[in-house]
Design a protein around this ligand. Structure first.
Ligand SMILES: Cc1ncc(COP(=O)(O)O)c(C=O)c1O
Length: 382
């Protein structure tokens, strides 16, 4: 595609950082991983940050650390990436899908609360398109029920709540980031779990690395006994030095990366916001970093528009097809708001470095598609 939906802004700085790791010969989890965790803790204000290999691993570990297991239910917004319900299944639990708010496109607290049962152990909220979900409203809707809330902040690294970057201070039990290739900040592949509780952080570290007690894996043991440190079951979800070094290099240009996305969204808003044949979701970009740029078009025109974009070498996409309609989940639930939005949804290319001329090209293909369908409608009704 000439204009992809998204692409990482990576270059010589990231390459040089990886070169430094190569020179040490220590490619796996190590010094860079710890520095990356410290950088995220410093930026977000989170007391504990546990870096992992993907955002999906982060979600799995976070739910696990909140005690989610077989027999439990976890409520998940249907408009999210399939990583969320998949992480629930990896804990042996059942995802229960809930509807979204039509303005924020994030989980609808009242709808989520109406789906709580005795088995509900946790609720996942997704900061869709970079707008932080309102966890306080969800807590109010839940009353005093002891249900864990895990924030899927894969889209919202760098967005702010009350003037401070999304972290783990707004009523959630854990917050998960993804640093995959197209995220606001990338490690190549990577993720992180943020928690406030030291015991939970220790459990996350154990579970991240095959159940080894934290600090048990020394490079040069001085006795055989020191090597015996497997105290529980665990996964191999650690973040490598290579990936962490890429993330650290990205950190040094974070403002450029975040502002680049904001500039594209402002341009789209200016070019599309006044039209009455489509709907945009204008946000306060002093707080929100737009990870994707969704627009709603007449549902009968949507697929023709996607085809037009593809023919023009532009990757527009649906983020996401609804989870409850995936064959694996096959839920009979009707989630009216999400279903109506999903029928009209088109996500336009957005990333730091997308040129103004390319944004204008995307907009002209969109407008030409909409006006040709409007003309066709007029002819059909004549
Ligand atoms: C909302 C959401 N959650 C979770 C993930 C999973 O992150 P990763 O790709 O790092 O596993 C993604 C990735 O696209 C995502 O968009």
């Amino acid at each position: 595609m000439r204009i992809p939906l998204s692409r990482p802004s990576i270059g010589l700085r990231e390459l040089a950082a990886v070169g430094q790791v190569f020179e040490t010969g220590w490619l796996g989890e190590g010094k860079w991983t710890a520095e990356f965790e410290a950088a995220i803790a410093d930026y977000t204000g989170a007391p504990h940050v546990v870096a992992v290999n993907t955002g999906t691993s982060a979600l799995h570990l976070a739910l696990d650390a909140c005690g989610v297991g077989p027999g439990d239910e976890v409520i998940v917004p249907t408009l999210t990436f399939v990583s969320d319900p998949m992480a629930v299944r990896m804990c042996g639990a059942t995802p229960v899908f809930a509807d979204i708010n039509p303005e924020t496109l994030t989980l609808d607290p009242a709808d989520a609360a109406s789906r709580v049962t005795d088995r509900t152990k946790a609720i996942l909220v997704t900061d869709y398109a970079g707008l932080p979900a309102d966890v306080h409203a969800l807590r109010r809707a839940l009353g005093d029920r002891p249900i864990a809330i895990v924030r899927d902040a894969a889209h919202s690294f760098g967005s702010a709540i009350d003037g401070r970057p999304v972290g783990v201070r707004d009523g959630e039990d854990a917050t998960c980031f993804s640093f995959d290739p197209i995220k606001n900040l990338t490690c190549g592949e990577g993720g992180a779990v943020l928690v406030c509780d030291a015991g939970r952080a220790e459990l996350l570290r154990e579970r991240r690395m095959l159940g080894f007690r934290a600090g048990a894996r020394r490079r040069t043991p001085t006795s055989a006994a020191e090597l015996r440190g497997v105290v529980g079951s665990g996964f191999r979800y650690h973040l490598s030095n290579i990936n962490a070094a890429i993330g650290l290099a990205q950190f040094s240009r974070l403002t450029e990366l975040l502002e680049g996305r904001r500039a594209v969204a402002r341009l789209y808003d200016g070019l599309l916001g006044h039209r009455n044949d489509l709907r945009t979701f204008r946000r306060d970009y002093s707080a929100v970093v737009p990870f994707i740029y969704p627009v709603l078009v007449p549902p009968q025109e949507r697929d023709a528009l996607l085809a037009r974009f593809a023919a023009a070498g532009i990757h527009a996409d649906l983020r996401y097809s609804l989870c409850h309609q995936e064959p694996l989940f096959g839920s009979a639930a009707t989630l009216g708001v999400a279903e109506q939005i999903a029928d009209s949804l088109v996500c336009l290319p957005i990333y730091a470095g997308l040129a103004e001329s390319q944004v204008r090209e995307v907009v002209s293909v969109l407008i030409a598609g909409l006006s040709s369908s409007t003309r066709a409608d007029a002819i059909a009704h004549a």
